[in-house]
Structures are given as structure tokens and as C-alpha cells.
Ligand binder design. Structure first.
Ligand code: NAD
Length: 447
């Protein structure tokens, strides 16, 4: 099948590459010339495990190409995926300007029947706006060409995107036309080997499904963060509580890890957008507002622990002149994505309080530099380099290399053996035994 994917970010590049891997001819389009020129030379603009190999192979075999020429890509393709960003607008609603701009371009250049697929996360009703934008351009050209608009939200997770795309838990297709739904099924059939869960529904329900999924996951995280905060106050251990409730098949174990709050390019903006959508139709989505508020508060929990600890020595300016080493910058492991990363809030606060910050991250240093410039120092190589002479270690992202570190080396490097762990990576009792003061989320008192 001939496909174009417009928007070559985390979603577009992964989707385009995986469609090429299953034998289709795919053109990836982006307005960012630098990105496209790099991709033509095999330079991958993002870090995503396994992506580079697939891009290089499919490009070499002629199934995957990159261009800024949207007109030519649309003319050459039956299925046109829109995978551009939908960042939050000032009022929290999803900003659809890029989606609509692309829809207009498609309408301006299409010459035969096209399937236009919304893969970007877009509010209910966007497919109608896309349809209208394409139709207006066709009308302006005075041509009558058939087209269909499909909603096909993406559920991949950064850090495991290739695997998620190749072996999805489900694929949701919102289509109002049976013939188009069949074409979409054919396109996805190579990925249906793990589970044959291709769910076809009406367009509006498909659009809502994506927001409902992210809102549910964000709710679980905020819920568990509050349980953890309560555990701390009640001398209970949130890890045991997670075991206890997760074993109930109606609850399950996933997405119940407390931490420093959710971040990334999806949960924060999608929760805000759904609250806004509800508002627009006169409905108060009180639960989700609370989910968001709890998340904002959770981002300061780790810093509060640092402040409380150092207040014992200097109550008025507890962090002034302190050096804090931070492990992990990206919003989650196995990605370089810093969008809405809790590390940004945590580090900004540490700097505000007069601390010096040194940070390590295996992949996100380049992105973090765009945010912090030279206000902090970085290491992308050894996680131990930044510890020397630091007053404390704070763990913000649960990269694998932090899970079983050399504790002797940490102890020898820090001015005092104290760790503030925002991801509950270590055993509380063991940390005490090996001589660390150890603060984590929701289980300090128990152990
Ligand atoms: P991204 O910011 O990484 O990439 C978007 C790309 O679109 C950029 O390269 C940008 O240059 C390009 N673009 C913008 N306007 C364009 C135009 N007019 N023509 C061509 N290209 C254009 O975004 P992303 O993370 O890939 O997300 C894309 C969409 O998918 C969003 O709606 C997001 O909510 C959704 N989504 C993201 C994820 C994720 O994990 N990142 C998961 C599921 C869904």
C-alpha cells in the first residue's frame, strides 16, 4: 500500500517506519527541513530503542523515504496519516492548527480518492473539522474528489514504541465507511499477530477512546501518589499496598507505582484537553481536575524532602550553597523526551533555593541543555562523575543503570551518604544496613 505520514516526530517516524517494515511504501513528511535532511542521511532526531536500525534498513531497501514536499507525498499515497503535534493551547484545549493546516494541504493537492487518517491525539469532533478543511480546499479548486476521514489514535509508549506498534494491545479505527475500514484493517493486519484486537467503531468514539485511556492511566498514577503520601503519614509501606491491591484482577499491578508525578508529551496535555472539552459542553470533569492538581503537587514532594532534611542544619536557607546530584532528566526511562518532565520542576526549584545542580542522564542531556543551558552541569557518560563532593543524590528517572548501582562508590563520592529516591528503586531496610540515609516515596517509615 502507498502511504504518507505527515509529521515525523515520535509517533509519525515510528508509525511510518513500522508500516514500511511490513512491506508498504511510505513517505514521511515534515516541515522541519533539518530533520528531513538528517533522516535522509540516517540521522535519527529522537532516541527510541531499535528505531535507527529499522529506519536504515527500510530506507536502504527503498520502502521508506523522507521529504518536505507534502504535495508530492499526498499525490503518491492512498492513505495519508496526520501525525503532527497537538500541543496544549493557552486555555488547555488541544491546539489543532497543525492538524488543520495539514488537512488543507491535503485538500489542495489530492488528485484521486484519499483516506485521511487522524493519528494525532485530537478532541472529539476533530474529524469533522478535518473533513470540512479538506472539502473547503476542494471546493476552492472547483473539483469533486472523494475522500474519507478516519480516526486512528496511537497508543505507543515512548521507550518501547517499536514494540508497541508492532505488537499492539489493540488498534482502534474510527471509520464511518465500511470500505475504508477494510483498507485500514488490511494495513494493520501484519501487526495483529499478538492479539487480533482491531476495534472498529464510529469516529467520535475513537477520538474519545484515546483521551479516556490516557485520563484513566493518569488517574491511577495520581491515586497511587496520594495513597503513597498517606502511607508516609500513617507509617505504612506503599509497595506492600501495591502488591496487596494489584493482586485483585479488577485492579491489576500496572501503573500503580508512586513517584514524582507523571510528565511527558501526552498525559499532562491530554488530561487538560479533556477537562477543557468537558467544560465546553457544560460538564464539570471534577475527577480529572483533581488528578491534574495532585500531579502538580507531587512534583514538589522530592524537593520538600530535601528541604526538610537540610533545614535541620540551616532553617532559613536550607539548600543555599548545597550541591545536589540528580540521576535522570527525561520524563521516563528509555527516551530523551523532556516535555513536561518532573525533573524540570524539581531542578528549577533546587536552583531557586540556591543549590548547585549536577545531572546525569543516559540520553536526555542534549534536550535538557535546551532548557537549563549552563545553569546546571551535565554528564551523559558516567553516573558517578557528578557525585564527587555533592551533598546528596536525588533520583528522578528510573533508568535501568540506577537500579543496582555501586553503593560503595556513591558513599565515597558524596559528602554524606544520603539519597532522595523519587522512584523507589532500592530496598529501604538494606539502605539502612549499608549506612545510607534514604528517603523514598510512601514507605520511609515502614521499610
Ligand atoms: P512531535 O512533536 O515529536 O512531532 C510532530 C512533528 O510534526 C514535528 O516533527 C513537526 O515538525 C511536524 N509538523 C508540525 N506541523 C507540520 C506540518 N504542517 N506539516 C508537516 N509536519 C509538521 O509529536 P509526537 O510526540 O510525535 O506527537 C504527535 C501526535 O501524536 C500528538 O497529537 C500526540 O499527542 C500524539 N501521540 C503522541 C505519543 C507519544 O508518546 N509521543 C503517543 C501517542 C499519541
Amino acid at each position: 500500500m502507498k502511504i504518507c505520514v505527515i509529521g515525523t516526530g515520535y509517533v509519525g517516524l515510528v508509525a511510518g517506519t513500522c508500516f514500511a517494515e511490513s512491506g508498504n511504501t511510505v513517505i514521511c513528511v515534515d516541515v522541519n527541513r533539518e530533520k528531513i535532511e538528517g533522516l535522509k542521511e540516517g540521522i535519527i532526531p529522537i532516541y527510541e530503542p531499535g528505531l535507527k536500525e529499522l529506519v536504515l534498513r527500510n530506507s536502504a531497501e527503498g520502502r521508506l523515504s523522507f521529504t518536505t514536499d507534502l504535495a508530492a507525498a499526498v499525490k503518491a499515497s492512498l492513505v495519508n496519516f496526520i501525525a503532527v503535534g497537538t500541543p496544549p493551547g493557552e486555555d488547555g484545549s488541544a491546539d489543532l492548527q497543525h492538524v488543520i493546516a495539514v488537512a488543507r494541504e491535503i485538500g489542495r493537492h489530492m488528485e484521486g480518492f484519499k483516506i485521511v487518517v487522524d493519528k494525532s491525539t485530537v478532541p472529539v469532533g476533530t474529524a469533522d473539522k478535518v473533513r470540512q478543511a479538506v472539502q473547503e480546499e476542494l471546493d476552492a479548486r472547483g473539483v469533486g474528489i472523494e475522500f474519507d476521514v478516519v480516526s486512528n489514535p496511537e497508543f505507543l509508549k515512548e521507550g518501547a514504541a517499536i514494540d508497541d506498534f508492532m505488537k499492539p494491545d489493540r488498534v482502534v479505527i474510527g471509520a464511518d465507511n465500511v470500505r475504508t475500514a477494510e483498507i485500514m484493517k488490511e494495513l494493520y493486519s501484519p501487526f495483529m499477530r499478538k492479539t487480533n484486537r482491531l476495534i472498529v467503531m464510529d469516529v467520535r468514539s475513537a477520538e474519545m477512546t484515546k483521551y479516556a485511556a490516557n485520563a484513566m492511566l493518569a488517574t491511577r498514577i495520581s491515586f497511587m501518589n496520594q495513597i503513597a503520601n498517606l502511607c508516609e503519614r500513617m507509617n505504612a509501606d506503599v509497595s506492600a499496598v501495591r502488591e496487596g491491591i494489584g493482586s485483585d484482577s479488577r485492579i491489576g499491578y500496572d501503573f500503580l507505582f508512586p513517584g514524582v508525578g507523571y510528565g511527558g508529551s501526552c498525559f499532562p496535555k491530554d488530561v487538560k484537553a479533556l477537562v477543557k472539552t468537558a467544560e465546553e459542553c457544560g460538564y464539570d470533569f471534577a475527577l480529572l481536575k483533581a488528578v491534574e492538581e495532585v500531579n502538580e503537587r507531587q512534583k514538589s514532594v522530592l524537593t520538600e524532602k530535601l528541604i526538610a532534611y537540610f533545614s535541620r542544619e540551616n532553617a532559613t536557607a536550607p539548600l543555599a550553597g548545597r550541591t545536589i546530584a540528580v540521576w535522570g532528566l527525561s520524563f521516563k526511562p528509555r527516551t530523551d523526551d523532556m516535555r513536561e518532565a518532573p525533573s524540570v520542576v524539581i531542578i528549577s526549584r533546587l536552583l531557586e533555593m540556591g543549590a548547585t545542580v549536577r545531572a546525569h542522564d543516559p540520553e536526555a542531556v542534549r534536550e535538557a541543555r535546551k532548557i537549563f543551558g549552563d545553569r546546571i552541569t551535565y554528564s551523559g557518560s558516567s553516573q558517578y562523575d557528578i557525585l564527587s563532593g555533592a551533598d546528596a543524590l536525588a533520583i528522578v528517572t528510573e533508568w535501568n543503570e540506577y537500579r543496582n548501582p555501586d553503593f560503595d562508590r556513591i558513599r565515597e563520592s558524596l559528602t554524606r551518604p544520603v539519597i532522595f529516591d523519587g522512584r523507589n528503586l532500592y530496598n529501604v531496610r538494606r539502605m539502612k544496613e549499608i549506612g545510607f540515609e534514604y528517603f523514598s516515596i510512601g514507605r520511609n517509615a515502614a521499610g
